[in-house]
Design a protein around this ligand. Sequence first.
Ligand code: SF4
Length: 373
Amino acid sequence: MSHAVLPPSSAEQWVNCPGWVEMTTWYPEDEDSEAAMIGTAVHELGAFYIDYDNAVANASNGVIYTDEMLECGQLYSGYCLGLIGQYPRSAYAIERHVSMDNTVHPNNAGTPDFAMVDRETRTIHIVDYKNGRGIVEAYQNWQLLDYLFGVAEAHNLTVAELWGHEWLINLTIIQPRAFSGDGVIRTWVVPTRMIEVYADRLRTSALEALSGNAMCHAGEHCRYCNALHACPTALQTGMLLFDVAGRATPVELSAHAMGLQYEIIKQAVKTLTALEASYEAQLSAKLRSGTNIPGWSIEGKVGNLEWDAPLEEIFAFGEYMGIELRKTPEAITPSQAKDKGIDAETLKEYASRKSKGFKLTKFDSSRISRIFN
Ligand code: SF4
């Protein structure tokens, strides 16, 4: 099934950045990437578990299931099966297409992983499985909110009905491979008084995104945008680093998760530094060859002021002016003295290593095997 122009899976982008629709016509999602194939395979596995409560060896796209994938699929299906058991008279659907024609826009449609509507208790559950490691919150998740209106339409429930009768609406993200202070299953109960506000925001964003003159707005939502590498707005703002760094502060992480997070941030800094150098080199070359780049120009670099005359002449000039232009004599370093023949023991009486605080280093587990082998 082809994607809608406004897919719920990218609602985070088109709600926050109306220019996303146009940008991604140039840079569509790569559905054949390894990560996308594995994600599809685990979704399929979870759906299969819910329906048949057993597993298969490989997915229809050829991905062979690993133990980790089986565990992830079981976690997701186990949660959904729990809901089905809890609401035995509910209507539930696994990966059933819904459209948000009336509430949001005729070009807005998609397929929730799991949706359940129980009229008896006026309860809705919408569950989305995420296989990636980048944390996706359930709170104010636009993808899930968008699905909510599609599921409501499929059950002939209007927005007014949802808030008027105070439905209990649960939006859940299941993300077994991402560390979060809130665990791997995160549910947000939508305050019903806000339902109309969320519907309105989706509707106005959809209209703006398809208006033909939508603007790009960079932010945290850029992280999963296919156009990130080529988007002038996002690159200008440098949001990737901001996003990764911002993730590190507020959550209560285990020491292990904190170590992993620190590594991710270090990697992000390295990536940004590399991106900066790459763009600097490309832009400089273009400017030198005469290309006009709005907001940028090229200037020659100037070093520190240096003497041009020979040293004797400089010193003589200093004496004439009554100013000492010679440097105070400096000792060579202890290491250089050692190289010149002073033995290490004698050197200890005159030199030592001063503490400069602590440095975080990555533990190399291969050191242990090297010591004992
Ligand atoms: S990278 Fe960000 S600003 Fe650029 S199109 Fe994507 S979502 Fe919009």
